[in-house]
Design a protein around this ligand. Structure first.
Ligand code: ADP
Ligand code: MG
Length: 310
C-alpha cells in the first residue's frame, strides 16, 4: 500500500506534514514482497458503540478498515481513548462489533479462538502455576497434553530466552520475564496472529527496549503476524513494518505509514534521519499543529523574586 496520499483540506489547514524520506530499495522490495503475501486479516468497516452507565451512547470506533498480510508486524498508535483496546478486543473476539466485520484467512470471525493469541499490559500469568505449567496451559486447552505438551512448552520457554526458569513461579520473575512467558504461552497455541495491547507499557524504559528486541527476534523465527498496540512513538516505529495511526471521536484510521527503515532493526537506527522523519510524520498525524493548545497551569508564585529558573 503506497503512502502517497494527496494533502487533504485539513492537512493544509494544519500545515503540511513532513514528507517521508525516500525508501531504500531493499525496504521497498521488502514491502512489495509483503503485499504479495496472502491477507491474514481483513478488518472491514468496523464500528463499535458503547452505552455509558448514564445511558449516553459513546462511539468508540467508526468505520475502521485495514488489511494485514502474512508475517507482517503492524503497530497501532493513537491518543488515549481513541479505541485501540476496543479494536484489539474485537479482533480477539472478546468484544463484539456494532457494525462491519473481520475476516481471518478469508473467514468471518465471531468469537475468541486459538488462532489469535493475546498479550496484555497487565501480567496475566496464573500465579499458582510454574512457568512451564503456564505455557502448557494453552497447549492443554487445545487438547494436546502430557509429555508432548511439556516438550513443546520447554521449547517455547527456550525460544523466549528463559531456559532454566521452567520451574520458577511468576512471583520469582521480573516484569520483563513475565511478559516473555506470556508471549511463549500465546505462541504455544500456534496462533495465526499475535495481538498485543501495550504489552511493555508497565516496564521500565531499559527493560522495554530489551523486550522490543526480544520480540523482533522471536517474530523472525515464528510464522506469525503481529498486531501491536502502543502509545509510544519510538516503539511503534521501531517494531513496525507499517504504523496504523488511529484518530479519535470516533476511532478511525488516519493513515497507515510504511516505515522506511531496513531490518534487522538496531537501536542506533533511532537516530537515522529516516526514523526521525517518519516519527515527525506520525507525531504530526497524532497531534496536528493547530490542535487546541494545552491549558497552562495557573501562575501561583511560591518563590522569591530573583530566583527564576527561566
Ligand atoms: P484506548 O485503548 O485507545 O485508550 P479504549 O478502546 O479503551 O481506548 O476506549 C475507547 C473509548 O470507548 C473511550 O471513550 C472509552 O471510555 C470507551 N469505552 C471502552 N470500553 C467501554 C465500555 N466497556 N463501556 C463504555 N465505554 C467504553
Ligand atoms: Mg487501551
Amino acid at each position: 500500500m503506497p503512502d502517497h496520499h494527496p494533502a487533504t483540506e485539513s492537512d493544509r489547514a494544519a500545515g503540511e506534514k513532513p514528507p517521508a524520506l525516500p525508501m531504500p530499495p531493499e525496504v521497498r522490495a521488502r514491502f512489495d514482497r509483503i503485499y504479495q503475501r496472502p491477507v491474514v486479516f481483513d478488518v472491514q468497516n468496523l464500528s463499535r458503540t458503547f452505552i455509558s452507565p448514564q445511558g449516553q451512547s459513546i462511539q468508540a470506533l467508526g468505520g475502521v478498515d485495514f488489511k494485514v498480510h502474512r508475517r507482517e508486524l503492524i503497530t497501532v498508535i493513537g491518543p488515549s481513548g481513541c479505541g485501540k483496546s476496543t479494536l484489539i478486543r474485537i479482533i480477539a473476539g472478546l468484544e463484539s462489533a456494532s457494525g462491519g466485520q473481520m475476516l481471518l484467512d478469508g473467514q468471518p470471525v465471531t468469537g475468541p479462538g486459538a488462532d489469535r493469541g493475546m498479550v496484555f499490559q497487565g501480567y496475566t500469568l496464573f500465579p499458582w502455576l510454574s512457568v512451564k505449567k503456564n505455557v502448557m496451559f494453552g497447549l492443554e486447552s487445545t487438547g494436546r497434553g502430557g509429555a508432548a505438551a511439556e516438550r513443546e512448552a520447554l521449547q517455547w520457554i527456550d525460544m523466549v530466552g528463559l531456559d532454566g526458569f521452567a520451574d520458577h513461579y511468576p512471583h520469582q520473575l521480573s516484569g520483563g520475564m513475565k511478559q516473555r512467558v506470556a508471549i511463549a504461552r500465546a505462541l504455544a497455541n500456534k496462533p495465526r496472529i499475535l495481538l498485543m495491547d501495550e504489552p511493555f507499557g508497565a516496564l521500565d524504559a531499559q527493560t522495554r527496549a530489551e523486550m522490543q528486541d526480544y520480540l523482533l527476534q522471536i517474530w523472525r523465527n515464528v510464522d506469525v503476524t503481529i498486531l501491536f498496540i502502543t502509545h509510544d512513538l519510538d516503539e511503534a516505529i521501531y517494531l513496525a513494518d507499517r504504523v496504523l495511526v488511529l484518530g479519535r471521536n470516533p476511532g478511525h484510521v488516519k493513515e497507515i505509514v510504511e516505515v522506511p527503515v531496513p531490518r534487522p532493526r538496531t537501536p542506533e537506527q533511532m537516530f537515522d534521519p529516516r526514523f526521525t522523519r517518519v516519527k515527525q510524520r506520525v507525531e504530526h498525524l497524532i497531534h496536528p499543529p493547530g490542535e487546541a493548545p494545552k491549558k497552562p497551569l495557573p501562575v501561583i508564585r511560591m518563590t522569591a523574586v530573583g530566583d527564576e529558573v527561566f
